[in-house]
Every structure is written in structure tokens, then in C-alpha cells.
Design a protein around this ligand. Structure first.
Ligand SMILES: Nc1ncnc2c1ncn2[C@@H]1O[C@H](COP(=O)(O)OP(=O)(O)OP(=O)(O)O)[C@@H](O)[C@H]1O
Length: 235
């Protein structure tokens, strides 16, 4: 890893409990979860369907407020943040990477990255704004900067999605099943790239995945079972 800055915590969950539904149909999606993600780390969360992985990403992304416990994002206590402060944190301090890149069909690769800045309300000369051409270069996509998503392979789209997630110099990357649409070789490339860029850009990343093949590239692996997060059971 090439992290020149000192490691610091970008996501802290303490005793986080989240329930969905009410009355007899209550489901405990997160059960007293503790989690720390530091800069330079790519932390993977695996677990069966319905175990609470999406709920964990939603809480970490300040999209859902837990019923109990504390969430600190880049040092900010979400429990004392109002809706607009949370929205700003989401825009400026979190990068999201989705299952298949989630690119906008009409835009070139370069414009996908520029749009990420506009959405965050950042000017191109903002000190936190990255140079989109440099980022495309970092994910080996600068030769396709003017292409649109339909002209790219699944792996290329995912690489552009990763570059886009770094545009605002986020503290935290939340990554949802990034290899779901990729073959084995491309899956390895994409997760290796994520791990490398997280190290070099000094962000921390939390990745939910079903893909056990790519776990070798991660700093740590945790397992979610019935809403509880812990070390994975030995296989
Ligand atoms: N909006 C909701 N209302 C009621 N129950 C919900 C809601 N969202 C999730 N749940 C329930 O909470 C539990 C955790 O769901 P969650 O989506 O977090 O699991 P997951 O591990 O991400 O599953 P998958 O791997 O299938 O995406 C499940 O029992 C699910 O049915």
C-alpha cells in the first residue's frame, strides 16, 4: 500500500441495532454491530442472503438511522447530525460503487466523472476535487475517456464507476457487490484495483460481496449472520 497519510478511522459503528417492520413482523437486520474501517483498508463483509449486509451499507451511508448505537462517519457523529448534514456527508465524504457501474448511458466516461463533482456541488478547482483524467488513468481507462457505457465491457464500466467514486476525495467508499456482473478474471482485476486505489487515495472501503474468490485482495473479511457481524467461521 502506498498510503502516505497516517491511518485514521473513517467509519465507526458501536452497538448498532436496526429493526425493520413493526409489531409481530419485526425483523432485526443489525444486532449490536461494532465495526471500524480505517483509511487504506478494504474491509469485506460476506454472509447469506437476508443476513443484514444491505442494511449495514445503508446505515454506514447515512441512509437509515439505526434504532440503537452510534455511527461516526469521518469523525462526525451521525446521531447529532440533521438530515441536511447527513446529505452533505453522503455527497462529499462517501463514494458509492454499485453492482454494475451504474453509469449514465448518454455520458462519456470523462463526463460521468465530471458529473460526480457537480452532484456534490464541487467546482473543478475545489481542493478536494480530483482531476478526472488522472483518475481515468489510474483505472487504465484514459484511452476510452470519450466512450459511452454501451461501448465498454462490464469490467471497464466497473473501473469507470470506481474512478467516479473517488472524484470528491471521499473518506469512505461503500461498495455493493462490485463483481456481480463480471467473470472471474475481471472480478479479480476490479477488486485488486479497488484495494490498490483505496491504499493510494487514503480512503477506507467497506465492500459487501457474495464472491469468495476475491477476498484474498481484502485487508479483512467479516461475516454477517442473522444481523451479527464477526470473524468468519472457519471453512
Ligand atoms: N424495508 C424492509 N422492511 C422489512 N424488512 C426488511 C426491509 N429491508 C430488509 N428487511 C429484512 O431485514 C433482513 C436483512 O435484510 P438485508 O437486505 O439487509 O440483507 P442482505 O444480507 O443484504 O441480503 P441479500 O444478500 O439478499 O441482499 C432480512 O430479513 C430482510 O427481509
Amino acid at each position: 500500500m502506498n498510503d502516505s497519510t497516517q491511518s485514521r478511522s473513517v467509519l465507526e459503528l458501536r452497538g448498532v441495532t436496526l429493526q425493520h417492520g413493526d409489531g409481530d413482523s419485526t425483523v432485526t437486520a443489525l444486532d449490536n454491530v461494532d465495526l471500524d474501517v480505517a483509511t487504506g483498508e478494504l474491509v469485506a463483509v460476506v454472509g447469506p442472503s437476508g443476513s443484514g449486509k444491505s442494511s449495514l451499507l445503508a446505515v454506514a451511508g447515512a441512509l437509515i438511522t439505526p434504532d440503537q448505537g452510534e455511527v461516526r462517519l469521518d469523525g462526525v457523529d451521525l446521531g447529532t447530525s440533521d438530515a441536511s448534514a447527513k446529505a452533505r456527508l453522503r455527497r462529499e465524504r462517501i463514494g458509492f460503487v454499485f453492482q454494475s457501474g451504474n453509469l449514465i448511458p448518454a455520458l462519456t466516461c470523462l463526463d460521468q466523472l465530471r458529473l460526480a463533482l457537480k452532484i456534490a456541488g464541487m467546482k473543478e478547482d475545489d481542493p478536494r476535487a480530483r482531476d478526472p483524467r488522472e483518475l481515468l488513468d489510474a483505472v487504465s481507462m484514459s484511452h476510452k475517456a470519450d466512450r459511452r457505457p454501451h461501448e465498454l465491457s462490464g469490467g471497464e464500466r466497473q473501473r469507470v464507476g470506481i474512478a467516479r467514486a473517488f472524484m470528491t476525495s471521499p473518506a469512505l467508499l461503500l461498495v455493493d457487490e462490485p463483481t456481480a456482473a463480471l467473470d472471474r478474471a475481471r472480478s479479480h482485476e476490479v477488486v485488486e484495483l479497488l484495494a490498490r486505489e483505496v491504499g493510494s487515495f487514503g480512503a477506507g472501503a467497506l465492500m459487501v460481496t457474495h464472491d469468495h474468490d476475491v477476498l484474498e485482495h481484502c485487508s479483512r473479511v467479516l461475516e454477517m449472520v442473522d444481523g451479527s457481524l464477526g470473524a468468519p467461521a472457519a471453512r
